[in-house]
Design a protein around this ligand. Sequence first.
Ligand SMILES: [Zn+2]
Length: 307
Amino acid sequence: MNGKILPALLACTGLLLAGTWALAADRESDRLPPVESQQVAPHIWYLHAAGGNMTALIGKDGILLVDSEFEPFVPEIIAKLKALGGGVPKFVVNTHYHQDHTGGNGAMHRAGATIIASANVRARLEQVQRAPLGGSVPAPVPADKLPTITFRDALTLYFDGETVRIVHVPPAHTDGDSVLFFEQANVLAAGDLFFNGMYPIIDVDTGGSIGGMIAAANWMLARIDGKTVVIPGHGPIADKAALERYRDMMVAVRDKVKAMVGKGMTLAEIQAAHPTAKFDAKWAGRISAERFVAEIYYSLRPHFPGT
Ligand SMILES: [Zn+2]
């Protein structure tokens, strides 16, 4: 990885998260967005505040919550879960280590939840972070934020009448990504393997790559049907067709950037050539076209030694 250009790439994401943290810091002034919820199946709700989307399974065995937002939102999340007929989650499953998905782990743990994640999530949180998303995590997180149940490949929970299959996929958005299939309800919590309606963040510094993102999307598509409710890591509730459109966008842009990298073009030259031009109106915004191209460039470049 080019040590000079990568920080610039990461700084872009830093701006994204800096904005989110600014929101978190304003919580006392009541300017934070409320925790929103939408029922997507008889026992399953989509929840969203400022960070990554959450998915809650609520039933007689208790609550299983997918991802834990930023810590300041935890009291409101628990209040929302109580209003929906539950309480403190029994289990919190992290889809990956990023702070907008794990920031609430400590508060959830102290409230009584058990944190579950792939072993790579725990390993990333234990390390001194290189802050790939912009400097929010300068040191290993406190012990009570760490997952206490980890798995390498997959874990199945039989909970609230659901068979919840948690699968750790090969590196895609990070090297610790998991997705959750709620089999009876036909709901997929895709984590940050899916940014619905926007270019994705790809954490190339921790094993993420455009090839991994496309492979993960294809893998998920092969395991769902037209009735599956797909909850992305970011963006609105989706379905199989939306995930297909996202996959197709990634493939098309990857192919264009790959051809340019193959010609020996530099990152700046590729960005100036606007390989995303056809897609920007629909997908650019939260993540800029320039950043997405850089993510793809750094995903592909190791395959072209000498450039
Ligand atoms: Zn993420």
